[in-house]
Design a protein around this ligand. Structure first.
Ligand code: GLN
Length: 484
């Protein structure tokens, strides 16, 4: 059962072969035990989860079940969850019990899904290794000396280690796709605006997007059916007709045109990742797809552009944490200014402070034009690069991460090295496109490799189809670390 798909679990629940309370208990037990080693969860709350499971069992008994009713889902601790500690991985929110639900959490609640716990993450989603969390690093379940990726590393670890059937994540510059790749699971970052940001603690609002993380593309499609939708409380939420994201899953790939950006297959990518991604592309050719070389000429600028824009937005978003209304407040201070200063000095970790400093700098008088405005112009050019490429192909493929999971501590003292681990994911956020990472095999030290699939705006159903067809032909997505 630990390796079952959401569809299989849903069928078991519908046939009353198992109750949601039993299913939830089993995953809770496993999570409690494995969390001692992996640190994937910040909060596990058996009582709250089981109460939801019993309510789901009543929904099923009364014939009101929806596809995810009764299924345990882990929530990244960036999503405000009523009555639950919601920390965003920070000391600043280490005492924050949310009084309301995020739009995403609300949708899972309405669907009857069970919240199985809040997952660990880099502080305020700033990081690529989960090492910036106030709650300590998450371990990669394939090798506990390796990082799980970040910032949704707790979610990726929980799904990979089968502590939860599925989880939510957020992706500002790669935080769903990169940890999915490093932990050998599937993750989808939707088109910007498709999933509500209401109650999703803000990092860089023009880039942040919530999305699903699970074992397979089919599971992701079922989750996106719940997560996507207009929310008037989010000013950038898109008003669109609801879609069934499972509708194209079974389509054959005959004639699909796959664009391979020449800037993605360069010396910066490690041999094991290149080899594995090329093997995955060869599999697609067998499935009837054709490949064409495309160019995304501004790829090299994506990391520098992101590290101007994301910190600029973060410095503004994080100004709300002042120790006054909620969150951490320094125990001792001389006056109001001293209280602000000490609360922020003690409440934020080093990486968050670095971003606030950079962001404040690039937004300040005299530097705004030189950095912020320039970066905005380049962001536009990057979106145009994708638009050009999509004239020649239906989807774009490449690696999700330049290397397999690195070791804990390997990059934590060198922020630039850490930033470069998102070299293949960031441009997608700058353009607002949908993209996913799916497991494609193993590289050095038997650590997982992710294949990235990028689609045009609103092409979620298409990239899910492309991923699902590969998963019908291969079994990488069913491999789990350790015995089940
Ligand atoms: N690793 C990138 C960063 O540190 C992206 C994080 C994210 O997507 N939330 O900003």
């Amino acid at each position: 059962m630990l390796n079952s798909s959401l569809k299989q679990l849903s069928a078991l629940l519908a046939a009353r072969k198992i109750s949601s309370a039993e299913l939830t208990s089993e995953f809770l037990e496993r999570s409690r035990a494995l969390n001692l080693d992996y640190n994937a969860f910040i909060t596990i709350n058996e009582e709250a989860s089981l109460a939801q499971a019993r309510a789901a069992d009543m929904m099923i008994a009364s014939g009101r079940a929806q596809p995810l009713t009764g299924i345990p889902i882990a929530q990244k601790d960036i999503f405000c969850t009523r009555g639950w500690l919601t920390t965003c991985g920070s000391r600043m929110l280490s005492n924050f019990i949310s009084p309301y639900d995020a739009g995403v959490v609300e949708r899972f609640n309405v669907a009857g899904a069970v919240n199985i716990g809040k997952t660990n993450m880099d502080e305020f989603a700033m990081g690529s290794s989960n090492e910036t969390s106030f709650y300590g690093p998450v371990k990669n379940p394939w090798d506990i000396t390796a990082v799980p990726g970040g910032s949704s590393g707790g979610s990726a670890c929980a799904v990979a280690a089968r502590m939860a059937p599925a989880a939510t994540g957020t992706d500002t510059g790669g935080s769903i796709r990169q940890p999915a790749a490093l932990c050998g699971i599937s993750g989808l970052k939707p088109t910007y605006g498709l999933v509500s940001r209401y109650g999703m603690i803000a990092f860089a609002s023009s880039l942040d997007q919530g999305g699903p993380m699970a074992k397979s593309a089919e599971d992701l499609a079922l989750m996106l059916n719940v997560m996507a939708g207009f929310d008037e409380r989010d000013s950038t939420s898109l008003q669109r007709e609801p879609e069934d994201y499972t509708r194209n899953l079974e389509k054959p790939l005959e004639g699909l045109r796959i664009g391979l950006p020449k800037e993605y297959f360069v010396k910066e990518i490690s041999d094991d990742v290149a080899r594995t991604v090329e093997a995955a592309i060869a599999e697609y050719r067998k499935l009837g797809a054709k490949t064409v070389e495309v160019s995304l000429p501004n790829t090299k600028l994506s990391v520098p552009v992101y590290y101007v824009l994301a910190p600029a937005e973060a410095s503004s978003n994080l100004s709300r944490f002042d120790g006054v209304r909620y969150g951490y407040r320094a125990p001792e201070y001389a006056d109001l200014n001293d209280m602000y200063r000490k609360s922020r000095a003690q409440g934020f970790g080093a990486e968050v402070k670095r971003r606030i400093l950079i962001g404040t700098y690039v937004l300040s008088h005299g530097y705004y034009d030189a950095y912020y405005i320039q970066a905005q112009k380049l962001r536009r050019l990057m979106a145009l690069d994708f638009a050009e490429a999509f004239k020649q192909c239906d989807i774009i493929m490449g690696p999700a991460s330049p290397t397999v999971a690195f070791n804990l501590g390997e990059k934590s003292s060198d922020p630039v090295q850490m930033y470069l681990s998102d070299a293949y994911t960031i441009a997608v956020n700058l353009a607002g496109l949908p993209a996913m990472s799916i497991p494609a095999g193993f590289g050095k030290n038997n650590r997982p490799v992710g294949l990235q699939i990028i689609g045009n705006y609103f092409a979620e159903a298409q990239i899910l189809n492309v991923a699902h067809q590969y998963q019908l032909a291969t079994d990488w997505h069913l491999r789990a670390p350790g015995p089940l």
